[in-house]
Design a binder for this molecule. Structure first.
Ligand code: G1P
Length: 294
């Protein structure tokens, strides 16, 4: 059973400057909901009751987002739909916060949650990776590794074009089932041309608590940072690590164009916005075809 999830959200969000001067990247919206809310919802769907968000100084807006809003709720008391939307931010799970004092890497960020997680298996979700699908990726991973032992760890992976895999963690793995692989090795941001496969790690992890001991022992790696991927290489030494391919489209919310694409495709999929979004896309496409769009 998975009760806790850690969401690292301590980064500076440089690719979204200047907006990230005051708005944490994780609160930027896909259409009208913060990216962070999508991943909290995915965790809740997988049974998670407690979410631990790793933040840094200057990102107090994230904690503020999860505060109750009694005055606002009172003013919207007659509008059930708006009231539901206000509450949707806070009702999914219990959310707590841990501050990462220094930007020493993803592995280090996860390690700061050690006390809050305690001695149980937990999930890590990177909020930049938004995956549209029901059931969510975490649920799919839990189903994929069910019956493979309480100690099993898992990462989500996606086959990506070979020319982009150097931006990711990459696994060397042996296929053991449909979309399920047993990891034999993994490397963070391999130099171009050296990746062991194109199975690239996407930001979803299921980890037993002994990963914290591994992260304690993990030396700085790619970019001089303590990498979660390197911690998992140590974890693998005394327990199975699985790589799960998943159903659903992944959006890279870590850069402005990825977020724009996510917003547009969500607008096209959502009933209340579908017609207007489709009209917009058709008009823009027609303008581009006619040569008016540059
Ligand atoms: C992080 C992880 C990497 C993973 C990626 C997925 O990298 O270190 O292993 O493939 O997330 O989004 P980052 O995107 O923070 O550079």
């Amino acid at each position: 059973m998975l009760r806790k999830a850690v969401i690292p959200a301590a980064g500076l969000g440089t690719r979204f400057l200047p907006v990230t001067r005051s708005v944490p990247k994780e609160l930027l919206p896909i259409l009208d909901r913060p990216m962070l809310q999508y991943v909290v919802a995915e965790a809740a769907e997988a049974g998670v009751e407690e979410v631990i968000v790793i933040t840094s100084r200057g990102k107090e807006g994230i904690a503020d987002y999860f505060r109750g809003r009694p005055e606002l709720e009172e003013r919207l008391a007659d509008d059930a739909e708006l009231l539901e939307r206000v509450r949707s931010g806070t009702e999914l799970a219990e959310v707590s916060f841990v501050i990462q004092q220094e930007p020493l890497g993803l592995g280090h960020a996860v390690l700061t949650a050690r006390e809050a997680v305690g001695d149980e298996t937990f999930a890590v979700i990177l909020p930049d990776d938004i995956i549209a699908h029901t059931p969510g990726t975490l649920s799919q991973m839990l189903a994929a590794i069910a019956g493979r032992g309480d100690d099993a760890a898992a990462v989500a992976v996606e086959r990506l074009p070979w020319d982009v895999v150097h931006n990711y963690g990459v696994v060397d793995a042996e296929t053991v089932g449909a979309g399920l692989h047993r990891v034999k090795g993994l490397v963070e941001k391999p130099a171009p041309g050296t990746a062991p496969s194109n199975l690239s790690i996407v930001g979803r992890y299921i980890l037993p608590p002994r990963v914290f001991d591994c992260l304690e022992r993990t030396p700085p790696g790619a970019k001089g940072e303590i990498q979660l991927t390197d911690g998992l290489a140590l974890l693998m030494a005394d327990g199975p690590l699985y790589a799960c391919e998943f159903e659903g489209v992944r959006y890279d919310g870590g850069n402005p164009m990825g977020l724009l694409r996510a917003s547009l495709e969500h607008a096209l999929a959502r009933e209340d916005t579908r017609t207007a979004a489709a009209e917009l896309v058709r008009r823009l496409a027609a303008e581009l075809d006619a040569g008016d769009g540059g």
